[in-house]
Design a protein around this ligand. Structure first.
Ligand code: PAF
Length: 281
């Protein structure tokens, strides 16, 4: 695996491969890799002759009160994982390489970012859309792979790629869970033992929604009240949002007899976790 920190030399290396007709699969990450990331990497390797992974903790997608400084980082461990999987290229730029002095352009996807994490984390998706656009322009991949745990992010990137005619296929990959159902996330690392139990409230409340649907409940209002009460039955939980939304437009749905996504954001202690489940009807 070759590691590059500078855009110029990284682009030069990739352009030779592209000239030789190799399709490139790309997995953007913020590092501190887990099985969820490695599942994206494995799919990229299966689908493409060349696989590129980036590790970049993107400062502009964190608000000043969020966890940019403390976000977990372990480059050597990540690089060893990627090498073992058979990744060809690792892009590991500094913040100054991506946002040099005087950088002043942002990408904003309106509509899809109005609610959910877009409403709760002001500026977050502008930061994500800006860095993903830059990475797509640097790597020029044929395929990008992103996890469905960040469902809104996947929708935002898909819309941005379509709107900007970026010639890349966006591949959403199923959520990878621990044996007990907790969605894998780099932030799980911060959970203390007693918080780890409360973190299960997210997956278990998605299972509760499945049960309610099977029992014939169709009111999102009722399902929401049940989910909120259920999450509050766990210690140290604080709900950021519980929403039932249309899978494409991400607008709230009232009647659950259509396809919908149950989207959750919950603080467990000081750790903000998200999870979701798509219900096809
Ligand atoms: O999902 C992430 O890890 C990040 O939001 C991404 C897509 C790498 C952009 O910084």
């Amino acid at each position: 695996m070759k590691t590059y920190k500078h855009i110029g030399e990284f682009r030069a290396a990739l352009s030779e491969l592209r000239r030789a007709g190799n399709a490139i699969g790309f997995v953007p990450t913020m590092g501190f890799l887990h099985e969820g990331h490695l599942t994206l990497v494995r799919q990229a390797i299966r689908d493409n002759p060349v696989t590129v992974v980036s590790i970049f903790v993107n400062p502009i997608q964190f608000a000043p009160n969020e966890d940019y400084e403390t976000y977990p980082r372990d480059f050597d461990r990540d690089a060893a994982f990627l090498e073992k999987e058979g990744v060809d290229y690792l892009f590991y730029p500094s913040a100054e390489e991506i946002y040099p002095d005087g950088f002043s352009t942002t990408v904003n996807v309106s509509g899809l970012t109005d609610g959910l994490c877009g409403a709760k984390r002001r500026g977050h998706f502008e930061g994500v859309a800006t860095v993903v656009t830059k990475l797509l322009l640097i790597v020029s991949p044929d395929n990008i792979y992103m996890g469905m745990k960040d469902y809104q992010q996947l929708k935002v990137v898909s819309k941005m790629v379509k709107d900007l005619n970026i010639p890349c296929k966006v591949n959403g990959v199923e959520i990878v869970r621990e044996d007990d159902g907790l969605a894998m996330s780099s932030r799980n690392f911060f959970l203390r033992k007693e918080e780890r139990d409360s973190a299960l409230s997210l997956y278990n409340s998605l299972s509760l929604v499945r049960k309610l649907i099977n029992e014939g409940v169709t009111s999102s209002e009722k399902a929401k009240v049940d989910v909120i009460n259920y999450i509050h039955s766990y210690k140290n939980t604080r709900i950021d949002y519980v929403e039932f939304v249309d899978p494409d437009r991400l607008k709230p749905v009232e009647n659950l007899n259509v396809s919908f996504v149950c989207m959750l954001a919950v603080y467990v202690g000081g750790v903000r976790l998200i999870d979701n489940m798509v219900f096809y009807r």
